[in-house]
Design a protein around this ligand. Structure first.
Ligand SMILES: *[C@@H]1O[C@H](CO)[C@@H](O)[C@H](O)[C@H]1NC(C)=O
Ligand SMILES: *[C@@H]1O[C@H](CO)[C@@H](O)[C@H](O)[C@H]1NC(C)=O
Ligand SMILES: *[C@@H]1O[C@H](CO)[C@@H](O)[C@H](O)[C@H]1NC(C)=O
Ligand SMILES: *[C@@H]1O[C@H](CO)[C@@H](O)[C@H](O)[C@H]1NC(C)=O
Ligand SMILES: *[C@@H]1O[C@H](CO)[C@@H](O)[C@H](O)[C@H]1NC(C)=O
Ligand SMILES: *[C@@H]1O[C@H](CO)[C@@H](O)[C@H](O)[C@H]1NC(C)=O
Ligand SMILES: *[C@@H]1O[C@H](CO)[C@@H](O)[C@H](O)[C@H]1NC(C)=O
Length: 519
């Protein structure tokens, strides 16, 4: 045990970290369908981190079909990622690639689904240079990606791998066909994909239920309805002021939540960075107004406010700026939960919410919405993003301002716990936007070995944060074991002990079980 735990190598600790996280959070929602296709591979391949089985698309029920099946020069091929690649987990190790169109047909039951596409844009030799990956993706009659340049997209986001998450509704008795088409913009363009995941979602988690009156449409008097004929693409999902949550820490839908490290990049004012509220792990959440699967508990137990001094400059606006594609509607979901003990009643913390510089909420009062402290709630807004002055991306502004009218609020303060932003398909059933600009060339730097997170390569800062949290968890576990050993001699019947606010509660059996899966 000691030998195993001594060197503090983050990569090596990741399985322990995730294992513990998995043990501690049983899924709240169990999807009816959870299909994972490992493209360019055969048989069943488990992901080394979570043992989740991915089914190969070679000679399986998920084998793709092609327009010219008898013409070998145009049929799709499979390749392994180069051995030099630092990404070594399923589904990124193999790819299906083609100079012509190919499709996957997946039988599915009726209902709303997440479709996740996994890309690892490297050069797949022989024949497929990374800069020539330029293609479109269609699914269920929607254009999900158009002339998508995978390599420049990865370079711009400083990641080695890409996940694109979409929401679609599948009509009765249908299957879903996902088609990959190389671009005609350059002669030798090819299409490729490493993994496809399809997961059912709770009905109307994001779509508008028939009995609902719809979503606030910012700047419009009428509400907006997100109907089943709409497709969506997730563009941001953030645990505001909190840690990153990987797919197996979600409520059962395998969503990834970005951390405070990512969130800070979108704050307009760096001095706002220090206004994170510490997590109160002893707070019991009470899901009264929204289903428990809406977001993981941790999302509601962390947040960002104006800071510990509740009376900051009353005209100050805590502002995030999210780069998005223009000329689309967006669904913005804000997650809230009052968890500070002094905020108990309506009027304790009332604030203003601006979306895209328009007053979306003249009197945001989380307690009024949710019914009490420790009760999670979310609010949805739909907003249209017009084109900017000839730039590819425009910024969607979200600003929270303390209520300047003292008689309306006890504390002149604001709060946000989590955020999700989705792009909605337009009238041409399109979701695709332009490719990002290539990143500016960087001065030479010593190469830092990239960390591999599960299904997603995180940017450098997040890597550091991940490593730090992994080490913290390790220290907690070590501390626990040492403490436990001492404690056992005195008191043998208490099976779990809370170390500190940083650690979660581990039972002895959980601690014993954890190391088994990674010898
Ligand atoms: C993956 O497949 C193996 C054998 O095919 C099986 O033993 C294992 O339980 C499966 N894992 C999961 C998570 O379903
Ligand atoms: C294969 O397809 C290519 C392009 O579509 C075409 O030029 C070629 O003639 C085809 N070859 C055969 C044997 O059908
Ligand atoms: C949308 O489709 C789902 C099933 O896919 C159905 O349960 C729901 O009622 C539909 N919504 C509306 C508004 O018709
Ligand atoms: C795609 O991006 C790469 C950079 O990774 C660039 O070299 C290439 O020219 C781009 N392709 C097109 C068609 O824009
Ligand atoms: C944490 O939550 C509990 C239960 O609501 C509360 O009694 C306690 O004061 C809170 N602690 C902090 C530091 O806010
Ligand atoms: C909070 O900030 C205000 C204005 O900056 C200041 O007057 C007040 O003394 C501060 N209160 C505390 C408790 O620090
Ligand atoms: C309050 O903040 C605004 C914007 O940040 C600034 O223009 C104004 O001068 C500040 N007022 C005071 C009294 O600090």
């Amino acid at each position: 045990m000691k030998k195993l735990l001594l060197p503090p190598l983050p990569l090596y600790l990741l399985p322990l970290f995730l294992q513990i996280a998995t043990l501690l959070s049983a899924p709240i929602y169990t999807p009816v369908e959870d299909i994972t296709i490992n493209c360019g591979s055969s048989g069943i391949s488990p992901n080394i981190y979570d043992n989740w089985n991915w089914t190969g698309d070679i000679n399986s029920k998920f084998s793709p079909f092609e327009l010219h099946q008898d013409n070998t020069s145009t049929s799709s091929q499979v390749r392994d990622a180069p051995p030099s690649s630092s990404v070594s987990q399923v589904p990124y190790t193999t790819a299906r690639l083609s100079l012509s169109e190919f499709s996957y047909k997946v039988p599915l039951s009726t209902g709303q689904k997440f479709i996740r596409l996994y890309f690892h844009p490297v050069s797949y030799d022989p024949g497929f240079h990374r800069s020539k990956a330029l293609f479109s993706v269609q699914a269920g009659g929607f254009t999900l990606l158009h002339d998508f340049n995978a390599s420049v997209t990865a370079d711009a986001s400083e990641t080695e791998t890409l996940i694109r998450e979409f929401c679609l509704n599948i009509d009765e008795g249908r299957s879903l066909t996902i088609t990959f088409t190389p671009s005609r913009a350059i002669p030798d363009a090819y299409a490729f994909v490493n993994g496809i995941e399809i997961v059912s979602m709770p009905t109307n988690l994001y779509y508008t239920a028939s009995e609902s009156h719809g979503v606030d449409y910012v700047g419009n008097k009428v509400n907006y309805r997100i109907e089943n004929i709409t497709a969506m693409e997730m563009v941001y999902r953030i645990n505001v002021g909190g840690s990153a949550l990987s797919f197996n820490q979600d409520t059962g839908m395998y969503r990834n939540w970005d951390s405070v490290v990512d969130e800070q990049k979108y704050l307009d004012d760096l001095s706002s960075r220090w206004t994170v509220l510490p997590q109160n792990v002893s707070l019991q959440l009470n899901f009264v107004k929204i289903p428990e699967y809406s977001a993981p508990q941790v999302v509601y137990q962390t947040g960002r406010s104006m800071g510990s001094n509740h009376t900051r400059n009353k005209s100050y606006k805590l502002t995030w700026e999210f780069p998005v594609d223009p000329k689309f509607l967006y669904l913005l979901r804000l997650h809230f939960c009052e968890f500070e003990p002094e905020i108990m009643d309506t009027g304790d913390r009332s604030f203003l919410i601006y979306v895209e510089n328009q007053l979306a909420e003249p009197r945001a009062d989380i307690i009024m919405w949710s019914g009490g402290n420790g009760r999670p709630i979310y609010r949805d807004y739909v907003v249209f993003m017009p084109a900017g002055p000839d730039q590819k991306k425009v910024k969607l502004f979200l600003a929270l301002q303390a209520n300047p009218r003292d008689w309306m609020t006890k504390y002149n303060d604001v709060l946000l716990n989590g955020l999700e932003l989705f792009k909605l398909s337009d009238t041409t059933r399109n979701l695709a936007g332009p490719n990002p600009e290539p990143p500016p060339p960087k001065p030479m730097q010593p190469k830092t070995p990239p960390k591999q997170s599960k299904k997603k390569s995180t940017p450098m800062l997040a890597t550091v944060a991940g490593a730090v949290s992994a080490i913290l968890v390790l220290l907690c576990v070590l501390g626990f074991l040492v403490f436990r050993r001492r404690r056992i001699s005195k008191d043998t019947d208490d099976d779990s002990f809370l170390l500190s606010g940083l650690c979660r509660e581990f039972s002895l059996s959980e601690i014993k079980a954890a190391p088994k899966n990674f010898n």
